[in-house]
Ligand binder design. Structure first.
Ligand code: GLU
Ligand code: ZN
Length: 326
């Protein structure tokens, strides 16, 4: 018998924010991500994105775990909670500071015009100072290579004290990531080629908020990197974050996962279905119906399955046909 090569490693994840239970919209992303991992014989990890503590609803994490289990979406490793991972985010932040990619920003939301951050607090290169780190032709500090195993690195350089001392102490500052100029292009497995001019459309973005909380953009990149995520499957509301996350991953020496963004489902008024828009709760008394609706929201025809046990192989066969390895 021919020996089949090991499949390429695949590690996927579902990363819900526990600001409420799963709803019809978040289930679509969970279903697609789970199917994609199974079809690629990969692992599917669960990460509770509770870093935005003021928005966390107590008990919502347990509710989400229960909902996933009831629907038959079984994860492969102990789930992780972001609130237990502050030390990792601190290390990544220090890395970016040491590489000259972070600066404090004291602008308030009211002071800023709508649109991209205009770079008000961006440090200006000092023409008298020796050019370290070296700058490229447009004055952008070239990224230093950063070992991907920084989480295990005990010899981290201390944060760049001069950057913080430069800040006026009067106001708490947020911390921005200094973005690279140029167009960021990537392939989305659902949507095809995507590109964004991060510097022009977004500008230097916040990775640590003025209230001290870590921003989603930073923690998601650190976690995906440290958990070895190869494939991100999530809702298209996050498509706009992908280019930023790729820049951050590169600055940290982490690989950029492949991405697939699923279509958003909208309510009758055309608004994105979300917790804020009072998306209806999932009826766990009818798990098969919940899955059938999520499946249909992905644009597939309802499956003939009349039981959960039949739903899974039918859905996987179709997903494999469309998104599997050929
Ligand atoms: N926690 C985010 C959310 O619930 C998802 C983050 C991600 O998948 O990158 O919208
Ligand atoms: Zn500013």
């Amino acid at each position: 018998m021919p020996i089949l090569p090991d499949p390429e490693p695949y590690v996927g994840r579902f990363a819900p924010s526990p600001s409420g239970p799963l709803h019809a919209g978040s289930l679509v992303a969970a279903l697609a991500s789970f199917l994609d991992a199974r079809v690629h014989q990969g692992r599917w990890l669960l990460r509770i994105e509770d870093i935005d503590e003021p928005r966390t609803v107590p008990g919502a994490d347990r509710t989400i775990l229960h909902q996933l289990r009831t629907l038959g979406l079984h994860w492969d490793e102990e789930p992780v909670w972001q609130t237990r991972r502050h030390a990792l985010y601190e290390q990544a932040f220090a890395r970016l500071q040491a590489a000259g990619r972070v600066y404090g920003c004291t602008c308030t939301r009211r002071e800023l015009p709508p649109g991209p951050y205009p770079g008000t607090c961006r440090p200006r290169p000092n023409p008298q100072a020796p050019q370290t780190p070296p700058h490229d032709h447009i004055g952008f500090p070239l990224a230093r290579s950063i070992a991907p195993d920084f989480a295990h690195d005990e010899t981290l350089a201390p944060p760049d004290a001069t950057a913080s001392q430069r800040q006026p102490a009067a106001r708490p500052s947020s911390w921005r990531f200094l973005v690279e100029p140029g167009i960021e292009t990537f392939q989305d497995r659902w949507l095809g080629e995507q590109s964004q001019d991060v510097a022009g459309e977004v500008g230097d973005f916040i990775i640590r908020r003025a209230d001290g909380l870590w921003a989603y953009q930073l923690v998601v990149v650190v976690d995906d990197g440290l958990q070895g995520i190869t494939d991100i499957v999530r809702g298209a509301d996050l498509l706009d974050s992908t280019a930023r996350q790729r820049q951050l991953a590169r600055a940290l020496g982490l690989p950029c996962p492949r991405v697939l963004h699923t279509p958003l489902i909208r309510d009758r008024d055309g608004r994105k279905l979300s917790k804020q828009n009072h998306a209806p709760a999932l009826n766990l008394g009818q798990p098969l119906e919940c899955l059938q609706q999520a499946w249909a929201a992905l644009g597939f025809d309802r499956l003939p399955a009349t039981a959960l046990a039949a739903f899974w192989p039918q859905a996987m066969a179709q997903w494999r046909q469309r998104f599997g390895r050929n």
